[in-house]
Write a protein that binds this ligand. Structure first.
Ligand SMILES: [Ca+2]
Length: 99
């Protein structure tokens, strides 16, 4: 019995199935935190409208998103505020996929 278990264990260690678990770390789109850090050029942990609009194609929609997400109306987005946009964006993408 011991031999069987040892053999199975050795097979598992070398098999792609076991290795796949370890490799499955960084896939898919970047997280809200990563996107935030990329956009936060000044590194002050807040996104100004200019930083937020950087590289956005739909400027009007982005502007509206920014205003909506800026809950405390201080003209910049914290990671928390920014995350609400990312979440609603993900919901929208999911919805569009279904259609
Ligand atoms: Ca704010």
């Amino acid at each position: 019995m011991k031999i069987v278990i040892t053999t199975l264990l050795l097979l598992c260690i070398g098999s792609p199935l076991c290795l796949a678990k370890e490799k499955k770390k960084r896939t898919g789109p970047p997280s809200a935190e990563e996107a935030f850090k990329t956009l936060d050029k000044s590194g002050d942990s807040a996104l100004s409208l200019e930083e937020f609009l950087e590289g956005k194609s739909g400027q009007e929609k982005a502007r509206a998103d920014f205003t909506k997400a800026d809950v405390d109306k201080d003209g910049s987005l914290t990671l928390e505020e920014f995350s609400t946009i990312e979440r609603s964006g993900a919901r929208e993408r999911k919805r569009k996929k279904k259609e």
